[in-house]
Design a protein around this ligand. Sequence first.
Ligand code: PBG
Length: 541
Amino acid sequence: MTNNRSSFLRAINILFFFTEEVVKYETATCAWPELKQYPSTLRRIETDDRGHTRLALLRKAKTLPSPVCCCCCCCCIFFSNLQAMASAVSFPPANVQMLQGRSCHGHAAFGSCSAVPRTGPRVRSTAVRVSSEQEAAAAVRAPSGRSIEECEADAVAGRFPAPPPLVRPKAPEGTPRIRPLVSPQWICNVVCALHCNCTRLNLRPVCVMCVKDMEKRPRRNRKSPALRAAFQETTISPANLVLPLFIHEGEEDAPIGAMPGCFRLGWRHGLLDEVYKARDVGVNGFVLFPKIPDALKSQSGDEAYNDNGLVPRTIRLLKDKFPDIVVYTDVALDPYSSDGHDGIVREDGVIMNDETVYQLCKQAVSQARAGADVVSPSDMMDGRVGAIRAALDAEGFHDVSIMSYTAKYASSFYGPFREALDSNPRFGDKKTYQMNPANYREALLETAADEAEGADILLVKPGLPYLDIIRLLRDNSALPIAAYQVSGEYSMIKAAGALKMIDEEKVMMESLMCLRRAGADIILTYFARQAATVLCGMRSK
Ligand code: PBG
């Protein structure tokens, strides 16, 4: 406590020390290498009224700063800390490091200190970096060993010391010596002619030895962490993640064998705990999957729209405890069907489309009535999005969104999920309604239909093996795109991680980033909490 207070006071002191009176140099008269010898605490970039930028050298204040400035400095420190705290959860990786204290150290103030009275053109200070304790000590002397006053005097008189010699790091023994990369074009042509054994110069427009090839060096933009962060095209934050939750009527959390780290959560107990922990790291979206006792399953899956069933009860509980979360639901009959199919099965094994859609509408309305924010038909029946939209609107649920499983493939990656809910089809497979994994164009037909029927979000499932489909939807629709990193994808990463074949955490983060890069706005993933924990700069285990 005392420690914190004293370092806070020291930080203010340091600010006062350097913000008042300044000696300025026009950029034209002050070469950068010379300025470099002064500790960064003593330099500042300023812009005047006419938009001219210059480098300023800060000098010890002769008088105490005015109370207005004091206030301003305190505010700067206070706000920058606040900014760092407030961004704890929603900032992308480049910024997350700041929260881990890696890159925000010593950066105690941004913004202007314009309350300081000045003469001449009004100068706006764009950035002041306050030194850390060590830097403050070093600030008394420049790296050259001379005092700051001596350095300043020299700089004012235009006496700049020679820049330090350029040191070329040594290559290891045995590194081949290659010819200079930049040579006059004619040398290159001769080399080219000799090399290619041709009789006339300039025969080939491009030669393998030609310097031209080496002028393109994309590695330049990857040479430092700061540059890599600056040019990073895709980011991910906990706000992009939705956590699927398995729920059951029991009180205990039952581990799911094929999905290490996942449980069928006891409603009320483990469920609330899991939501609480996920929210703590910035995950605010949840999708519910119920395990229904066999006794409640039927061929027509009527339990799906029981207003007092497990899902509606859970929605009410969650909305009551955490009113600000987004609750997504699954709209399909499989957890409620004694046949384990997403729709009603006819005597001859055919999945009945329109009759199923009728049941799905009742299911979606029941979920909306309980307080669901987004209903998500995952059944792949034709025409269900339009029908559900009409049913919701008819009941006054205009604000309830539809996230349609637009391109849901008949995939073997769903295996662990079906084990978790005991929802394996009792016979046959789901190929008459889910899409053929070999198909690409067909996803466009589904996209057009779902858009026309009023879907609010389009989902692709599975995720990583179907990145091309995510990109296809992203490029062909203006609607938000969701990707579902399904149970099999999760289990593969977990299993390989447990066997130490891969680095679980890194592969997890990379796979999620790739889904974002392909075009997914949100990702449904069993890794949501673990990944968000990493994004917040905390240890995931
Ligand atoms: C069923 C449903 C499934 C999944 C989500 N909803 C399984 C299936 O279609 O058979 C799979 C999710 C996963 O594997 O993680 N409506």
